[in-house]
Design a protein around this ligand. Structure first.
Ligand code: PLP
Length: 369
């Protein structure tokens, strides 16, 4: 099997599996219990928090704030957006966002729009410097900026530390939320609220986190027993948290390796006829979107699958639906119909890329004949 769909999800690493297994044996107590098993769970969770806070910024300085564990980034995004905007009611205000957000942000913003917030959605195709465009859109009435660090379909990225610094300089009251699912451990991050997901970095599904800057106040989305400082009730999944921490510590992806794979992919694709590249040089190197003109995405995907090669036609959540995000990059409908997304992890090799391109070439010959 050649797995090239790591932006959809990743295979849990051995370290994660071992940590989950160990926690199931030694830290299965309820973290709210007063006995020793509860304490073991509290210790496991506290250690994981420390690891995540140190890792998220991507620089030596740890994140200045706290972190709560969630069921995944969908919950983190909903909590960040709905949980922080309450304070602007009943005066509402403006939310600056993008036309390329994941549905867990996009649909949540629609809910706020229905409530009375004004939502501005900027398209990357309209700007040379998209980070600057987001900053420019902020004014004294801006309640929130919500933007993804790295786009899941093309790898398009913004300069998050610059965005955060400049937005705060323009309006210190504006809350900056970053959906960092595809950027976590790959690009430098900052923000008042940062959402991440375990299953994109070789941890299990069902675990995510929301980073909350010191002084930032949010209302919980899930109420109950008051766990996690009353910000996210529900018995903490200690096993998944331990696995998440282990995956963070074991993460091996690095930009050099990804850049080498991307360069090879682009070189091999250039040898084939009529391929459009939808991810430019400014995109992160681990996600490459391209269109094999004349071969519809589903046909290409199934042909690749026959050879044991797994890629995606866009975002996994869109389940084969036409991408609503690619038009915001200026990609034509025709090219969207034949778009393929390849996303790498540390385990992928140049031979994987060669096998992929050989099979694409073969499929083109068969279909376009
Ligand atoms: N945000 C982005 C950019 C994503 O790529 C995804 C998942 O594909 C999510 C949010 C949702 O994450 P989760 O699957 O952890 O809910």
């Amino acid at each position: 099997m050649i797995y090239l769909d790591n932006a959809a999800t990743t295979k849990p690493c051995a370290e994660c599996a071992a940590a989950v297994n160990a926690a199931m044996k030694s830290a299965f107590g309820n973290a709210s219990s007063l006995h020793g098993l509860g304490t073991a769970s509290i210790t496991t969770i506290a250690r994981a928090r420390k690891t995540l806070l140190a890792a998220v910024t991507g620089i030596k300085t740890p994140f200045d704030g706290s972190v709560i564990f969630t069921s995944g980034a969908t919950e983190s995004n909903n909590t960040a957006i709905l949980g922080s905007m309450h304070r602007f009611r009943p005066r509402f205000g403006k939310i600056v966002s993008t036309a390329i957000e994941h549905p867990s942000v996009a649909k949540t913003l629609v809910r706020l729009e229905e409530d009375g917030f004004e939502v501005l959605r900027l398209c990357p195709k309209d700007y040379n410097d998209f980070t600057a465009a987001l900053i420019d859109a902020v004014d004294e009435n801006t309640a929130m900026v919500s933007a993804m660090a790295v786009n899941n379909e093309t790898g398009f990225r913004i300069d998050v530390p610059r965005l955060y610094k400049e937005v705060k300089r323009k309006n210190p009251k504006t809350i900056v939320h970053i959906d960092a699912v595809q950027g976590f451990l790959k690009v430098p991050l900052d923000g008042d609220l940062i959402s991440v997901s375990g299953h994109k970095i070789h941890s299990t599904k069902g675990i995510g986190a929301l980073f909350i800057k010191k002084g930032e106040k949010i209302l919980p989305l899930i109420s109950g027993g008051g766990q996690q400082n009353d910000l996210r009730s529900g018995t903490e999944p200690v096993e998944l948290i331990a696995g998440f921490e282990a995956a963070v510590l074991a993460y091996k992806g690095n930009a050099e390796h990804f850049s080498m794979l991307k360069a090879r992919l682009l070189e091999k694709l250039a040898e084939l006829d009529d391929i459009g590249i939808n991810s430019d040089e400014s995109c992160v190197p681990n996600i490459v979107n391209f269109s094999v003109r004349g071969v519809r995405s589903e046909i290409m995907l199934h042909s690749l699958e026959e050879a044991g090669i797994y890629v995606s036609s866009g975002s996994a959540c869109s389940k084969g639906k036409k991408s609503e995000v690619l038009p915001a990059f200026g990609i034509s409908d025709k090219d969207i119909d034949c778009a393929v997304r390849v996303s790498f992890c540390a385990e992928n090799s140049p031979q994987d890329v060669d096998a992929l391109c050989a099979k694409i070439g073969e499929t083109i010959k068969r279909i376009r004949r």
